[in-house]
Design a protein around this ligand. Structure first.
Ligand code: NAP
Ligand code: MG
Length: 407
C-alpha cells in the first residue's frame, strides 16, 4: 500500500525551458513524486513544443488553469530574433506569460522568501514585502510624439456614435519638445483592486496602495477612488481577517516601506510595480528567492518563480560543466500551489506537506547548504556552495527525515 498523500483535485503543470526545465524535472522526481499521489495535467510549453503547436499549447494551458483553478509554471523563453535563430522557430512567439495573463485577466504578485542567514539589504525588513503590479496600460500602452517645433498639443476625445468632441490643451510649444498620451480602463483597474483584495485575504497581510493623486487629480485619483470603492465593498471580509487598507502618497509609501518590518501587500500602478519589484527583489537578496503568482479576480492561481530560464547556467550545463542554480523559487512555486490546493480541497495533509517542504528548504540553507548566489551574501559566511543537484538532494534527504520523524 502506498503511504503517499493523496491530492484530491488536479493541478495544472506547465513545463518550460533551459536550466529551469532541468530543475523542474529534478523537483518533480525527488521532492514531489515520492511523497504525493497527484493528478497533474501536463502542458509542455518548452519552446520546441510551442513552435510545433503554433503556440496553441499556451492557450490550452491557460484554459486548463481556468478550469482547475490552480497551476504551476516553469520559466519559459520569450523568443526574440536571436532565439528564433537559435531554436529554428517558425516565428517570434509572444510571451507565454503575457498570453496566460490576458486569458486569466490576472494580477501578478511577487513575494520574497525570507531565510535567517540571508540578510536583506534593509536590516529592518523581517517579513516579506509583496508587490502587486497592475499589468495593464499607462506608459506600457502609450502614444508619444516628439514635437518638432512651435505649435499646440491637445488631448482630443471623440465619443462613439457622434456627439461633441472634447479637446484639452496640453501645452503651447515655442520650440522642440515631447508629449505623451496614455490610458487605463475602469474594468482593468477594478479587477486589479479586486485581485489585490483577494490576495491580501489569502495571505492575511495588510493592503497598501500608493499613487500621486495630489498632482494627478484625475488619473491617479481614478485609481484611488476605485480602490476605495472596492475595499469598501469587501469591508466585512477584510475586517474579519484583521486586514487594514491604507492609501498613501507614492513617495510616502516608499519611505514607509523602507522603514517598516515588511509584511504587507503593496499594490502598485504599472510603472511603480515595474521599478519597485526589482528594488524589493534585489533588497531581499537573490532572484532565486523571489516567487510569483498570477491571481485572477475570480480566484484562479498560477504559481511560478520570478526569474527566467537562467540561460547562462544552461549553456554551462550543456557544455558538461557543473552548475549551481538556485531551485528555491521553483520549489516554492510547487509548495504555493499545493498549499492552495489543500486549502481549496479542504485537505489539511496536503497543505501540511507543502509547509513541511518549505521548512526543510529553509532549514537546509540555514544549515549552510546553499547555491552560489546565496553563498555570496550569506551571514555567517559558508565555506562552499552546493551544485544544482546537490542542493535538491539535500532537501530530499531532509524531507525524508522530516517525514520519518512524523510517522
Ligand atoms: P534570468 O533567467 O532571470 O537570469 C538572469 C541572471 O540572474 C542569471 O544569469 C543569474 O545570474 C541570475 N539568476 C536568475 N535566476 C537564478 C537562479 N535561480 N539561481 C541563480 N542565479 C539566478 O534572465 P535571463 O537569463 O536574462 O533570461 C533567460 C530567458 O528567460 C529569456 O529567454 C527570457 O525570455 C526568459 N524569462 C522568462 C521569464 C518567465 O518565464 N517568467 C521571466 C524572465 C525571463 P549569474 O549569471 O550572475 O549567475
Ligand atoms: Mg522591472
Amino acid at each position: 500500500m502506498s503511504d503517499k498523500i493523496r491530492v484530491k483535485s488536479p493541478i495544472v503543470e506547465i513545463d518550460g525551458d533551459e536550466m529551469t526545465r532541468i530543475i523542474w524535472r529534478l523537483i518533480k522526481e525527488k521532492l514531489i513524486a515520492p511523497f504525493l499521489d497527484i493528478d497533474l495535467r501536463y502542458y509542455d510549453l518548452g519552446i520546441k513544443h510551442r513552435d510545433e503547436t503554433d503556440d496553441k499549447v499556451t492557450v490550452e494551458a491557460a484554459n486548463a488553469v481556468k478550469e482547475f483553478g490552480i497551476g504551476i509554471k516553469c520559466a519559459t523563453i520569450t523568443p526574440n530574433a536571436a532565439r528564433v535563430k537559435e531554436y529554428g522557430l517558425k516565428q517570434q512567439w509572444k510571451s507565454p506569460n503575457g498570453t496566460i495573463r490576458s486569458i486569466l485577466d490576472g494580477t501578478v504578485f511577487r513575494k520574497p522568501i525570507i531565510i535567517k542567514n540571508i540578510p536583506p539589504a534593509v536590516h529592518k525588513w523581517k517579513k516579506p514585502i509583496i508587490i502587486g503590479r497592475h499589468a495593464y496600460g499607462d506608459i506600457y500602452k502609450n502614444t508619444e510624439y516628439v514635437i518638432p517645433g512651435p505649435g499646440t498639443a491637445e488631448i482630443v476625445f471623440t465619443p462613439a456614435g457622434g456627439g461633441e468632441k472634447t479637446a484639452l490643451k496640453i501645452h503651447d510649444f515655442r520650440g522642440r519638445g515631447v508629449v505623451m498620451g496614455m490610458h487605463n480602463t475602469e474594468p482593468s483597474v477594478r479587477s486589479f483592486a479586486r485581485s489585490c483584495i483577494n490576495y491580501a485575504l489569502s495571505e492575511k497581510v495588510d493592503l497598501w496602495f500608493g499613487a500621486k493623486d495630489t498632482i494627478s487629480k484625475q488619473y491617479h485619483g481614478f485609481f484611488r477612488d476605485i480602490f476605495a470603492e472596492e475595499t469598501e465593498k469587501a469591508k466585512d471580509a477584510l475586517q474579519q481577517a484583521g486586514i487594514h487598507y491604507r492609501y498613501l502618497l507614492i513617495d510616502d509609501a516608499v519611505a514607509q516601506v523602507i522603514k517598516s518590518e515588511g509584511g504587507m501587500l503593496w499594490a502598485c500602478m504599472n510603472y511603480d510595480g515595474d521599478v519597485m519589484s526589482d528594488m524589493v527583489a534585489t533588497g531581499f537578496g537573490s532572484l532565486g528567492l523571489m516567487t510569483s503568482v498570477l491571481v485572477s479576480p475570480d480566484g484562479k492561481y498560477e504559481y511560478e518563480a520570478a526569474h527566467g530560464t537562467v540561460v547562462r547556467h544552461y549553456y554551462e550545463h550543456r557544455k558538461g560543466n557543473p552548475t549551481s542554480t538556485n531551485s528555491i523559487a521553483s520549489i516554492f512555486a510547487w509548495t504555493g500551489a499545493l498549499a492552495k490546493r489543500g486549502e481549496l480541497d479542504n485537505t489539511p495533509d496536503v497543505t501540511a506537506f507543502a509547509k513541511a517542504l518549505e521548512d526543510v528548504v529553509i532549514r537546509t540553507v540555514e544549515n549552510g547548504v546553499m547555491t552560489k548566489d546565496l553563498m555570496l551574501i550569506a551571514e555567517p559566511r559558508v565555506p562552499k556552495y552546493a551544485r544544482t543537484e546537490e542542493f535538491i538532494d539535500a532537501v530530499a534527504e531532509g524531507l525524508k527525515k522530516a517525514k520519518g520523524s512524523n510517522a
